[in-house]
Every structure is written in C-alpha cells, then in structure tokens.
Design a binder for this molecule. Sequence first.
Ligand code: PMP
Length: 466
Amino acid sequence: MSTSAPPRHTAAAPSRTAMPACDHVPRPYTGPSRADVLAMRKQFTNPAVFTIYSEPLMIVEGYMQYLYDETGRRYLDLFAGIVTVSCGHSHPKIVAAMDEQLHTLQHTTTIYLHPTMALFAKKLASKMPKGSGLDVTYFVNSGSEANDLAITMARLYTGNFDVIGVRNGYHGGSPTAMGLTSHKTWKLNLPSSQIGGVHHAMNPDPYRSPFSGTREEVSSRAAEDIRDLVRYSTPGKIAAFIAEPIQGVGGATHGAPNYLPEAYAAAREAGGLCIADEVQTGFGRTGEHYWGFENSGVTPDFVTMAKGIGNGAPLAAVTTRMEIAKTLTQRLHFNTYGGNPISMAAGLAVLNAIDEDGLQQNSKVVGKRLKDGLGKLMRSHPLVGDVRGMGLMLGVELVRDRATKAPASSETAAVLDAARERGVLLGKGGLDGNVLRIKPPMCITAADADFAVDVLDESLTAAARS
Ligand code: PMP
C-alpha cells in the first residue's frame, strides 16, 4: 500500500452472469472520502489493524447478503464480516429489537436483573442437545473472552492446569487464547508465564496430514497424539482439550467424524474437560446440525460462541453444566458489558431469526449447491487443490501443483482481487494464506451461489494468467 493518496479502487470487471437483483436502495454516502479515511487509518490507528485487498475497500452500508461501498456499488458478501453476520446485514427484525432496547435502556450491568438476559440464556439452553446438561451461560463480548473463561472454569473444576489445543487452530487474541492459537504468525511469542501449560496436538486435516491412510485413520492417529502429549509433556493430567469442529481461520479444515469422539475420549482419560469452540461453526452454519460438534456425535463440556451469535453485535458466550459453572463462584468474576441489554436483545432476536427464516436449512441446501459448484471448478482449474467444509462453512485450497501441494498464496490474493472486481467478496486463510474462505450470511440464495461460482470460475482464470 502506498502512503500517497490512493487511486480510486478498481473499476467493475464484466462478469458473464449478473448479480441477482436486489430491491434495497443504499443511502447516498456523504462522509469523508475513501482517500481521507485511508490516510486517517494509516496515521491514527495501530498498523496491526490490517485490511485485505491490494487497494483497501471501504464499506459503508449492508443489507442482508450484500454490502455497499461509498459509491453505492453492491457486493455479494461471502465472508460475512469474518463469519460474523449470521442472519444478514442490518437484518430488519434484529435491528428493530436492538433499536427498541436502545431507546428504552442502553446499559445496565448484571448487578441488576434484566428480563432479556434471562430469556436469552433460557432460549440458548433450549438449543443445546437434549439431556446434555449444557444449560448455564456466561455472556461476554468476544470469542477470546469466552475461550479464556472456559479455560479458567476447566482449571478451577479439574484442579489441573495444562490445556491441549490442535495445530492450525485459532482461538482468539487474548494472552490465553493467543497461546492456544497454534500458528506462529497468528500468535505473539508471549512470556511462558502467559501461555504456560499449553500444548498442540497433531491436526486431523486429511489434506496436509503427515499421517497416511484413510481420512478416518488420519483422524485416529491425530487423536492418539493427545495421549502422547499427555504422557510426554504434561504431569499426566490436563484441564481441557479445545478444538474447533471445523477450523475457521485455519482454512475450513476438519477431520473425519471419528476425530472428535476419539480426541474427547483421550482428553477425558487425562481428566480434561472438552471445549467446542463454536465461534464460527455454531448457529446452523454447518447445515445438518445447529452446532458443529453434533456432526461428530460428541457432547462437549463447554460450548464457546461469538460472532454469529450477535449478527454483528459484540456478544459472546460460554455455556456449560451447572456443576462446572459453579466453580467460578470461588472467584469474584465480573464483566462490565457482558449481558448488556442491547447485546442480549440482539442475541435473542438472532435465535428467533435463525428459526423464523429457516437459516439452518438454507445453509444445508444452498451450502450443498455452492460446494457442488466449487467442486466442479476443480475439473477446469488446476489451481484448485481441495474443496471442503460443510453447509455454508466452506474452503477452497489453492495449490501450484496438486502433487506437491505447494501453496498458491499470491494466486489466492489475485483471486480475491479479481472476485472483488466482479462484485464478490471472499475471505482467505490457512497458514500460507492460500485458502479461499467462503462463509456468507446464511440468508444467501441459490441464485447468489450460482453467481458466486461463475465469478470464481472467471477469477481463477484471471489469477492463473496474472
Ligand atoms: N475462536 C474462533 C474459532 C475464531 O474464529 C475467533 C475469531 N476469528 C475467535 C475464537 C476469537 O474471537 P474474537 O475475535 O471475538 O475474540
């Protein structure tokens, strides 16, 4: 990025298919110019706050699955603010619930009773598997805090300290969550006192595993690694095992359905509690089930949630069983904004919207259509090494050579730029930044999915030429 005034971002490239029509008319934008915003960002915000795209995109409005830049140009959003907008941008019912709360009472803390927190906690409990006992929730503001709190409770409950995560996992930006996050590029080299007791087990991803065999065999060997870690690197007992059912930032990788049952068994043998990080996979996104862990038939001891739970409101939660939750009363634990009435109103409205709009079913049906379409691109684009994921939690890994699997990192960035020029916003992830992350608001339609596949087809061709 240059520091001088940037050029106006790239003009629309023609696409074979038109973006599906939308009645929404964006408001005229009257704020500071994109160039001024970029200059202020560079001068006054921490440079660690990054943007994607060679020419940063300014987004000033959103409506359901679409985003608008300052010129009023519409984009199909396939990344949902990093998998955060579950029901749709500025979803009318969620906005109405938040707006009503804003005009009634903006803030109070949990030292007073407020009806919405109680109602939301009760409704959230009803979404957990029947008979699991997962019905006690602590509300916080971010996924990192939710994971921190789950680890704290696991340590208090078990009396053990060590925690096992999975390589290539991402759990947040707080010191504990950063320690659990496994890629060196995603974590700081924190003093060991802050990340002590954290270990990373082998990843069950069949595409890049050093283990050979079927998907199930790779998963079994990765789960067995937890036993090795316990034996070699811990006092023999652990507090917790934490895993994303599908790794999000890691590039939509996941093991076979036997991975989590076998990993949970290994962790529980060592006295550990199991944490399902559902920050990206929860709330119906994987289609078949409401929670990602249900795809493997396991029941965790904690479910941590953020992002989609609030549809953009800063809201996160950790749900566990009462016997475990009680341990936190050994400490004074307080979170100023956790449980605030506006986030609670948003969260309750999100749960209702997912049901009323049939979003889990939509994720299943449109997700399958999208994945099938992406799968077909493998035939004509040698760059596509792997297409994976479930529902609307999909990843497309780009490689320079299907045999060596050399990561196609610069090509992935070129695909992102080419798709943006054609009106589609994608995410990217994986250690080498060579995985297209496709996780749109769950309200996208079949026509959007077909348009996205056409645009990707063209963008892959454009990137291969560049
Ligand atoms: N867990 C997972 C799986 C995530 O993807 C993220 C965010 N990308 C987090 C935790 C951390 O959430 P937050 O940024 O809200 O702290």
